[in-house]
Design a protein around this ligand. Structure first.
Ligand SMILES: [Zn+2]
Length: 340
């Protein structure tokens, strides 16, 4: 089953660059930059970068895993390398369309925010030529940053709208910073033709999901797994086809669900909520998209047909034109049939 899942063409819509660095790369980049590491051996370093197997904690603690990666991602060389390698990683499990996200303002210790975005876009372009993975970029505003910073990120995203940046996101500490403070940035994004996705319903309840839709005009919700706490919100999500970017392992790691067996994704799927499956952070959660689908099959009884449906949900929720979606849908369906 695992090999079949690996071979299926897939899309990934919710993937953080800084949560998905290879440990070996962290070690090499740190050495080049003279940055001291908490561990020298790759295996020990890995345990600093990822949550351990019985981890169940809060989003706040999960977010601490990003400190070291962000520290070493402050040069063009480092950013370019980690972005390129991530595409290489997703290509190895036949991800064919990728939306990669990061918070540009966290990477500006030495570079300008424009240089950061241009470096990522150039690396993705190179990787697309080498591996055939279509990639787009989502820029993240951080909840704990001043809302004026979010407006800057929205403007930055608009400046690169025709070069591969497709959307604005709001990430970070959901429990302590509500979404509505960033309304201006998301209005600007919408007005300029950018798509919007918002992390919500992860560390805070359904009211946070509702605000993401009402104030930030979210077209997709990052996680959104607590949306089911309110029937009306769930109805709005279905009616407006607001896709949930579900990241099953990550949801266990941030303590939103106690175990995968208790994850509501199956209920949502059966009720017709547009759910998609993603990894969130390949290194922090020590996972791949293949692993996530395998876990859904093993723990929540998703059939192969269901998994194909989930993959197609991802294509339909991708921030590309209807024509591009149609093209991918046809391609994927033909390949699904060939793999039967
Ligand atoms: Zn996320």
């Amino acid at each position: 089953m695992k090999e079949l899942l690996r071979k299926l063409p897939k899309v990934e819509l919710h993937l953080h660059l800084d949560g998905s660095l290879r440990a070996k790369t962290v070690k090499e980049l740190a050495a080049e930059q003279g940055i001291e590491l908490p561990a020298e051996m790759i295996e020990d370093l890995k345990s600093h970068l990822q949550v351990n197997s019985n981890w169940s904690s809060s989003l706040e603690e999960y977010l601490q895993k990003f400190e070291l990666p962000v520290k070493i991602m402050q040069s063009k060389k480092a950013i370019s390398r980690v972005a390129y390698e991530l595409v290489e990683d997703v290509a190895s499990e036949n991800v064919r369309y990728l939306e990669l996200r990061f918070a540009p303002l966290l990477l500006t210790a030495e570079l300008s925010k424009e240089e950061v975005v241009e470096t990522v876009l150039a690396a993705l372009q190179r990787a697309e030529e080498d591996y055939g993975v279509q990639s787009r970029v989502i820029l993240c505003c951080m909840r704990n940053q001043d809302p004026a910073q979010s407006t800057k990120v929205a403007q930055l995203a608009l400046d690169y709208l025709t070069e591969g940046v497709v959307a604005l996101d709001l990430a970070g500490d959901e429990a302590n910073f509500p979404p509505e403070e960033h309304e201006q940035a998301f209005c600007l994004a919408k007005g300029g033709g950018l798509h919007r996705t918002v992390h919500a319903g992860e560390a805070a309840g359904v009211e946070s999901v509702r605000k993401a839709i009402d104030f930030l005009q979210a077209q997709r919700i990052g996680h959104g797994i607590r949306a089911g706490e309110d029937e009306e919100t769930l109805e709005i999500i279905k009616e407006k086809e607001i896709a949930l970017e579900v990241c099953p392992s990550s949801n266990v790691h941030t303590g939103v669900v106690d175990s995968l067996g208790e994850h509501p994704i199956k209920e949502y799927y059966q009720e017709g909520v547009p759910v998609t499956v993603n990894t969130d952070n390949r290194t922090v959660s020590n996972t791949t998209l293949t692993e996530e689908y395998l876990k859904l099959q093993q723990r929540l009884d998703f059939s192969l047909a269901d998994i194909k449906e989930l993959i197609l949900n991802g294509v339909k929720a991708a921030f590309i034109s209807k024509e591009e979606q149609e093209e991918l849908l046809e391609e994927f369906k033909a390949e699904f049939a060939a793999l039967d």
